[in-house]
Design a binder for this molecule. Structure first.
Ligand SMILES: [Zn+2]
Ligand SMILES: [Zn+2]
Length: 136
């Protein structure tokens, strides 16, 4: 049984938002490929590795990912509803407007574009990139 003052409940920001939500099972490889903005467990901060044998759980809105151990420890406390993981809608949220970003291959990498904000982001969403100037 997990105590209410478990250190992981202190690490996570605003745990209330994760109560009674739907959770999809996935793995480290899928997260690394489809949602690279998810880098670590929201509870224990364990890193996501690009590994299909590492089990992970993601929220439907892809705002958080949860490692297997934390999932098992907290599923009762948070009353999670486990989905089958078959139709995860992988998308990446714009850090500014929260809208869906479009993912585009770019050189060796991917970049993201928000139509609404007209902003390009680098793969880790840390940097805003300059829009390619339109050739006239
Ligand atoms: Zn964890
Ligand atoms: Zn946006």
């Amino acid at each position: 049984m997990i105590e209410k003052d478990d250190w992981r409940l202190i690490v996570i920001d605003d745990p209330e938002r994760l109560k009674n939500i739907y959770i999809n099972p996935t793995d480290g490889e899928e997260i690394s490929q489809n949602a690279p903005h998810l880098k670590s467990c929201s509870f224990c901060l364990d890193s996501v590795n690009d590994n299909m044998h590492q089990k992970w759980f993601v929220t439907e809105d892809l705002s958080d990912c949860i490692c297997e151990e934390c999932y098992n420890d907290f599923k009762d406390m948070f009353k999670w509803n486990l989905l089958d993981g078959w139709d995860i809608e992988w998308f990446v949220k714009c850090p500014q407007c929260g809208g869906k970003l479009e993912r585009t291959p770019y050189e060796q990498d991917y970049i993201y574009f928000c139509k609404k904000c007209n902003v390009l982001y680098s793969e880790n969403l840390d940097d805003e990139l300059d829009l390619p100037s339109e050739k006239t």
